[in-house]
Design a protein around this ligand. Structure first.
Ligand SMILES: Cc1ncc(COP(=O)(O)O)c(C=O)c1O
Length: 395
C-alpha cells in the first residue's frame, strides 16, 4: 500500500527533532553527548553550599537536568521532573492532594493508575476519587465542584482509544473552579503528537518507559508544567518520596529523544497501514484507531493530535478462543505488555493489562475477550501484515 505523509500525519510541518538533537552538548569539552554523572553525592565547596546546586542525586543530577530541559521544551512547558517510572510521576501528582480532597479521574485509565487511585489514594490516604467518562463533557460538568483539586485524564485511552477534548475540558472545569489543576497522561500520544500545555493542561505526564525511551530497555517517567509554584510543590514531593531515575537511564532517554520524531513518524505510518489492513479484514469486527475516519472521534483527533499514533486496538470476530488462536499463530509480533518500543508488541488487554478490573467493568469499557491491542514497531510493514495473516489463518 502506497501512502503519503499527508495520509497518516494531520500536521506534516510540526517538528521537535532539532530541539531533541541539539540540546545535549557538554560545556566542559564540547562532547556532543552529555557525560553520565554516576555519582550519588557531590563535593561541597563550603558548609554554606549545602542545598545549592547539585549536592545529592535524589535531589538533582546534571545528566538528569539535560533530559528534563529537553522534555520541558518539547512539551512546551517551563519545568520538567524525571522519575524512575511513570508510576512514580503519577504518585507525585496525586500527592499534591491530602486527605478529604477530591479529584476527578477519567474512567478509562491505565490499569496501574486505577489500581493506585483505589488502593493507595482512596483506601490509604482518604482522597475522594470520582471516575468520570470525560469523553462526555456534560459528565465532567455534572461532577465538577468547588472541592475538586485535580482533574486527571489520559487521551487517547488504553486500550479503547477514547479521546477527551483537553481544551474544552479545561474551559469547563475552570468555569466552575478557576485554580483546579488539570493533569494529562500523554504517554500514548507523546510530545510529538499532542501538546496538552497549549490546550490548557497544567501538568503533562509520560511513562518514559514507552515512546520516550523507545527501545523497551528502561523504566522511566516524566512530568512537566509551566507554573513555578506548581513545579516547586511537585519537586518537593519528588525528592521526598524518592522516585528519582538513575543518571544512566537519564542518558538513555536523552539519547532516545533524538530519534523520537523519526521513530514516531515511521511507527505511525506502519500503524496507519496496519489499521487500514485490519479494517478491511473479514475476520475483524472493528478497529479502534484515531487516525481512521471510522473512529468516532476522528475529528477531535485531527483537532488536538498531529496524527493517530502508533497504537491500535481491534475486535476480532469471535471470542476468547479466537483471540488466543490468533495470538498463537504469530511469529514476529512479540506477545508482551508495554508499548512504544521499536519492536511490535501484541496483547489481549482482558487477559493481561486490564485483568485486574472486574469482568463487569471490562464489559462497560468495551474491554472484551476478543479485543486485541498492538503497538506498531519499526519492522517492515509488509512483514507485520504477513505475520497478522498467519495469525488470522490460525483461527
Ligand atoms: C498510559 C500509561 N501511563 C502510565 C503507565 C505507568 O508507567 P510505568 O510502567 O513506566 O511506571 C503506563 C504503563 O504501562 C501507561 O500505559
Amino acid at each position: 500500500m502506497l501512502v503519503q505523509e499527508e495520509d497518516y500525519l494531520f500536521d506534516t510541518e510540526f517538528t521537535i527533532a532539532t530541539k531533541t538533537i541539539h540540546k545535549t552538548c557538554d560545556q566542559a569539552y564540547g562532547a556532543v553527548n552529555p557525560p553520565i554523572y554516576m555519582s550519588s553525592t557531590f563535593e561541597l565547596k563550603d558548609v554554606d553550599s549545602f542545598g545549592k546546586g547539585y549536592f545529592y542525586t535524589r535531589c538533582g543530577n546534571p545528566t538528569r537536568t539535560v533530559v528534563e530541559e529537553i522534555v520541558a521544551e518539547i512539551e512546551q512547558n517551563n519545568y520538567a521532573i524525571a522519575f524512575s517510572s511513570g508510576m512514580a510521576a503519577i504518585h507525585c501528582v496525586i500527592n499534591l492532594l491530602k486527605e478529604g480532597d477530591e479529584m476527578l479521574a477519567m474512567d478509562d485509565l491505565y490499569g496501574g493508575t486505577i489500581g493506585y487511585l483505589k488502593a493507595i489514594a482512596m483506601e490509604k490516604h482518604g482522597i475522594k476519587v470520582k471516575f468520570v467518562d470525560m469523553t462526555n463533557i456534560d459528565e465532567v460538568r455534572k461532577h465538577m465542584n468547588q472541592n475538586v483539586q485535580l482533574v486527571y485524564l489520559e487521551t487517547p485511552t488504553n486500550p479503547t482509544m477514547k479521546l477527551t477534548d483537553i481544551k474544552e475540558l479545561c474551559q469547563v472545569v475552570r468555569q466552575i473552579k478557576n485554580n483546579v489543576i488539570v493533569a494529562v497522561d500523554n504517554t500514548f500520544a507523546t510530545p510529538y503528537l499532542q501538546t496538552p500545555s497549549n490546550l490548557g493542561a497544567d501538568i503533562t505526564l509520560n511513562s518514559g518507559t514507552k515512546y520516550l525511551g523507545g527501545h523497551s530497555d528502561i523504566i522511566f517517567g516524566t512530568l512537566s508544567c509551566r507554573n513555578k509554584e506548581l513545579h516547586d510543590a511537585l519537586f518537593k514531593i519528588s525528592y521526598l518520596t524518592g522516585g528519582c531515575p538513575s543518571p544512566f537511564d537519564c542518558y538513555l532517554v536523552t539519547r532516545s529523544l533524538k530519534t523520537l520524531e523519526v521513530r514516531m513518524k515511521q511507527q505511525i505510518k506502519n500503524a496507519y497501514i496496519l489499521a487500514k489492513y485490519l479494517e478491511s479484514h473479514p475476520k475483524v469486527e472493528k478497529v479502534l484507531y484515531p487516525g481512521l475516519e471510522s473512529h468516532p472521534q476522528h475529528d477531535l483527533a485531527r483537532k488536538q493530535m498531529r496524527a493517530g499514533g502508533a497504537m491500535i486496538s481491534f475486535y476480532i470476530k469471535g471470542g476468547a478462543a479466537e483471540a488466543e488462536r490468533m495470538m498463537k499463530g504469530l511469529e514476529l509480533f512479540t506477545m508482551a505488555v508495554s508499548l512504544g518500543g521499536v519492536e511490535s508488541l501484541i496483547q489481549i488487554p482482558a487477559k493481561m493489562t486490564h485483568s485486574g478490573l472486574t469482568e463487569e467493568r471490562r464489559q462497560e469499557l468495551g474491554i472484551t475477550q476478543n479485543l486485541i491491542r498492538l503497538s506498531a514497531g519499526l519492522e517492515h510493514v509488509s512483514d507485520l501484515i504477513k505475520d497478522l495473516e498467519h495469525g488470522f489463518k490460525n483461527i
